[in-house]
Write a protein that binds this ligand. Structure first.
Ligand code: FAD
Ligand code: NAD
Length: 462
């Protein structure tokens, strides 16, 4: 085999691509991974999950110190050093992206820096400036992820009107930030800048926030976020945004244009298939610009596979990782596991919002008879000791079999609590299984147990 001949070439080193590359190497394949950005780790590590969570953590600490320490009998004089907060975020990102490079070396994955383009079913060219390197391979895995969706009439000016990447690095706290889209990014980054002192207005096209999530949870979330100071304008269609003399003007069909300092466009993401050479192997996209794949993640071209944000399904890092592992295990061993019913979805606001499985709306639409068990954090000793009592856990189980079909949480540490229910769904557990499992006291996990008990109306503490 020549130096540049591989069993598998992965295009894209995000959570889908880099995890797949490492797993393939563990399974004995000779693997290369091509990435066009200088840092490995993809959207998630560079400009997504990790920097946003670093800023959510820092801004939450700032907010707590300013607004909540006093109730604990702690007096502190608090001020904001935004530059230092941003430097900490960059350090967290740098540590993790360097960590992926280390994992590649440790696992014998060869990293090629440059833009990957498919030439034919057995070769990929890596282009960097004028340099070109052709890699020969048996299989190709496309893991090129996604990029921000643009809105007609709203042109990014590289500063005041931009996307989440810009909003992760504002040089100062905007006086008034307008966010277009009340989805996950809108709420997470809206929370960050609101906690740091910005007035935040969120414009949403639908008549509710977080479309797609359980309506009960989304409605509770709206009440909490409004109390925290986020302003929602629902049922509003943005028609344009422009910058004039360092101010932005956002035009919409709901009334007068809104003047503000910065605009964050967060109306979803679209698959990244730019200059990928798909036409050379006859792969065409679906109407949403995604690469169609079969159950083994194989595209319409032989030996070419695709996973993560570039294919259908929720755009989540852990979904991309699971698909990456399942895909290469199927290539090498013929089998690999992924269960789309047990993929959790978390919004890292305070309180957190987490869900797994079906929503009530989905079950009703599908005509599935179900039971509901709900329990509030207000009635939990640990939540009261923490001073974090907003929200509830809701578990949905099949009316006859009691099998858990979904769970929806708004409350402290919801993102960690949902893991128990995701595992329960994976094991086809019943609500009774959770209700009869001992949960330590005092912990927030007791709310999950009590919600499961409440499916039969036998919660103890309410
Ligand atoms: P990506 O992470 O997008 O990686 C694709 C990689 O391919 C990129 O590095 C890109 O540079 C590279 N690439 C593209 N084309 C080429 C080419 N032709 N040649 C070479 N390289 C190429 N998800 C969560 O689960 N939890 C979160 O908390 C979360 N927070 C987020 C916050 C923000 C602000 C954003 C924007 C997203 C967030 N996401 C979160 C979504 C998550 O980042 C994505 O679902 C995930 O990164 C998808 O992984 P992927 O491997 O499919 O693609
Ligand atoms: P999203 O799909 O979560 O929300 C987009 C919102 O914009 C929706 O509420 C939609 O109705 C609204 N919208 C669409 N067009 C509009 C218009 N013209 N005017 C006003 N509102 C409009 O998308 P996002 O928040 O941009 O996030 C992108 C992706 O990244 C999501 O798929 C999400 O899964 C992923 N992400 C995940 C996390 C996490 O897991 N914590 C965090 C951030 C991003």
């Amino acid at each position: 085999m020549s130096e540049h001949a591989y069993d598998l070439v992965v295009i894209g080193a995000g959570p889908g691509g880099y995890v797949a590359a490492i797993r393939a190497s563990q399974l004995g394949l000779k693997v290369a991974c091509v990435e066009k950005e200088a840092q490995l780790g993809g959207t998630c590590l560079r400009v997504g999950c990790i920097p946003s969570k670093a800023l959510l953590q820092s801004s939450e600490k700032f907010h707590e110190a300013k607004e909540e320490f006093a109730q604990h009998g702690i007096t502190a004089k608090v001020s904001l050093d935004l530059e230092k907060m941003m430097a900490r975020k960059d350090k967290v990102v740098g540590g993790l992206t360097d960590g992926v490079a280390h994992l590649f070396r440790k696992n014998g994955v060869t990293h090629y820096s440059g833009h990957g383009r498919i030439l034919n079913t057995t070769s990929v060219v890596v282009e960097k400036g004028r340099k070109k390197q052709v890699l020969e391979t048996r299989d190709i895995l496309i893991a090129t992820g996604s990029k921000v969706a643009r809105l007609p009439g709203v042109d990014f000016d590289g500063d005041r009107i931009g996307d989440s990447t810009t909003a992760l690095s504002y040089p100062s706290v905007p006086k008034h930030l307008v966010i277009i889209g009340a989805g996950v990014i809108g709420l997470e980054l809206g929370s960050v800048w609101s906690r740091l002192g910005a007035r935040v207005t969120v414009l949403e096209y639908m008549d509710r926030i977080l479309p797609g999530m359980d309506a009960d949870v989304a409605s509770a979330a709206k009440t909490v976020f409004k109390k925290q100071g986020l302003n929602f304008e629902l049922g509003v269609r943005v028609t344009g945004a422009k910058v004039s003399k360092n101010r932005c003007l956002v035009e919409h069909d709901g009334g007068k244009p809104i003047a503000c300092d910065r605009v964050l466009v967060a109306v979803g993401r679209v698959p990244n298939t730019d200059k990928l050479g798909l036409e050379s192997v006859g792969v065409s996209l679906d109407p949403k610009g995604r690469i169609p794949v079969g159950p083994d993640f194989q595209t319409s071209a032989p030996h070419i596979y695709a996973i993560g944000d570039v294919i259908a399904g929720p755009m989540l890092a852990h979904k991309a990782e699971e698909e990456g592992i399942a895909c290469v295990e199927r290539i090498v061993t013929g089998h690999g596991h992924i269960n789309y019913e047990s993929i959790p979805n978390i919004v890292y606001t305070h309180p957190e919002i987490a869900s797994v499985g079906r929503t009530e709306e989905e079950l009703k639409q599908a005509g599935v008879e179900f039971k509901r068990g709900k329990f509030p954090f207000m009635a939990n000793g640990r939540a009261r000791a923490m001073g974090s009592t907003e929200g509830f856990v809701k578990i949905l189980a099949h009316a006859e079999t009691d099998r858990i079909l979904g769970a929806h949480i708004i409350g402290p540490n919801a993102g960690d609590l949902i893991a128990e229910i995701a595992v329960a769904i994976e094991f086809s557990a019943s609500a009774e299984d959770i209700a009869r499992s001992c949960h330590a006291h005092p912990t927030l996990s007791e709310v999950v147990k009590e919600a499961a008990m409440n499916i039969e109306g036998r919660a103890i503490h309410m």
